[in-house]
Design a protein around this ligand. Structure first.
Ligand code: HEM
Length: 155
């Protein structure tokens, strides 16, 4: 009886689990960019908590954005939020390890176009504005991410 009660209590957590993915080698290089040196970028994003807020806001904006929302339907958003937080934290010099897949493998089946990339960048700028990240730091991060257009977009 007690175990049934416990199972009922724990059941909602099942929705927080991630879907399994094909095996791959985990390494920071999969993040697709080298981290910034020093603390300035981490400070500009208000530390790990600020990065987490920016990523949560970015994912929420993408899911609600009619330009690109279809691309995010039926995707594992729990995993996406976790790996994006790790990736941003790693790149911004927050000392995180990136455990996700490389950019080419993660996006190869999505058929992304330049317009999709631009919409995501637009949403990232809105998320950074909401976090009051300085334009200096926003532009430095965007410059790091810009070359990923080549690895994520197919045409
Ligand atoms: C700077 C550009 C981008 C970065 C840094 C980035 C980052 C990431 C990361 C870290 C993952 C998770 C990898 C993993 O699961 O191991 C991912 C997956 C994904 N990304 Fe991106 N991404 C970018 C561009 C885009 C664009 C333009 C779109 C669509 C508009 C997009 C949609 C998705 C979707 C739907 C997934 C989940 C794919 C799956 O689970 O199979 N991404 N991205």
């Amino acid at each position: 009886m007690i175990s049934l009660f416990l199972a009922a209590l724990l059941a909602p957590q099942a929705t927080l689990q991630e879907d399994p993915v094909e095996p791959y080698v985990q390494r920071d290089a999969n993040a697709g960019a080298k981290p910034f040196a020093g603390h300035a970028m981490l400070d500009a994003f208000h530390g790990r908590a600020g990065i987490d807020r920016v990523v949560d806001d970015l994912v929420a904006r993408n899911v609600a954005d009619p330009r690109i929302s279809d691309i995010f339907k039926a995707q594992d958003l729990v995993r996406l939020r976790r790996t994006l937080k790790e990736q941003f934290c790693y790149i911004l010099g927050g000392g995180c390890a990136y455990t996700g897949r490389d950019m080419a493998s993660s996006h190869k089946d999505l058929g992304l176009q330049v317009a999709d990339f631009n919409a995501l960048v637009d949403n990232l700028q809105k998320a950074m504005n909401a976090e009051k990240v300085s334009y200096w730091a926003q532009n430095r991060l965007l410059a790091k991410l810009a070359p990923m257009k080549r690895t994520t977009v197919v045409r």
